[in-house]
Design a protein around this ligand. Sequence first.
Ligand code: GLA
Length: 380
Amino acid sequence: MTDLPAVFRSAYGAAPTGVWAAPGRVNLIGEHTDYNDGFVLPLAIPYTARAAARRRDDGVLRLHSEQGDGAVTELRVDELAPGTVTGWAQYPAGVVWALREAGHEVGGADFCFDSDVPVGAGLSSSAALECVVAAAYRDLYDLRLDAAELALLAQRAENAFAGVPCGVMDQMASTACAEGGALFLDTRDLSSRQVPLDLAGQGLRLLVIDTRVKHDLGDGAYAELRAGCERAAALLGLPALRDLDLAGLPAALDRLPAELRPLVRHVVTENLRVEQAVAHLDAGELAAIGPILTAGHASLRDDYRVSCPETDLAASAAVEAGALGARMTGGGFGGSVLALVEAEALPQVAAAVTTAFAQAGYATPRTFPVTPAAGARRLA
Ligand code: GLA
């Protein structure tokens, strides 16, 4: 792992005040529900964006990334505005902008970043970067901000500064998750609780299959789906699709234009799947969520239509090879699949997916297990 304080010293000629980390995430279940005021159940993964940072009092923000081109991006915090920064630097700059927009009197800072969260894999590398900056600024400027407030600032950066209309799940996962559990989050009021996820104790593993199909939320499809859900809720006279339950679904579908029906069906059934999964996890029945994950994938494939041939193949090949359940995780259009597998079946499931990809002529997927890790924190 990169010695970030050393990188910082050589970039800026002084020691950093501290080092912070914020994780990427996988979502166990509850996809495309967060912008419908619904339920989600993500866990933080042991891959993080890390930042060494030091406060500056001259209003200058300097950003260097080990994943960048080696250059230092230099900005003035009082000149930050949406559209003024491009590339990866818009995520950290956006957080500083969002803090100032929210009335926090923060100035500049020097940052060096390093991240091992895979980019474009649907594992929230940008949320990790935003959240590590939010956590560092909280400490550097003595701000009293809790995990939910940090997440909302990070989401604001992504929505209004980077122009990606995402919900709040990824940022909440990155700030509020705790080791050993998943975060059962109600995105309406951001109330949350940890749900135990004792994979090791039950002889289970969570396997991530990164299809290597680049997922990009900025391409308009995500925004269209979100708009479709909002239109459906408005037509039904509801604040959000979260307010529709299974009993009311058939009558509601009758009142909607055909193109909106599958979206609504997905959101209503997906919220239910989250509640069912949480009930099993609370009862210690981890293996029982397998079929719920697989049903979630079918709903995203057939109703929400955000899967792609590669994620469909990864999910089906995993289940055929013995996984208890599998589904795409994150926004879709590529990205990663998550499979719940018995520990001893892990090699065979990973090998079966890799073989299926080779036979289909797809690029070799990256497969790796994940365990529920901690949310954003100060390391040093
Ligand atoms: C992306 C967004 C999240 C959420 C998921 C779909 O990851 O950033 O807010 O909407 O897609 O569940």
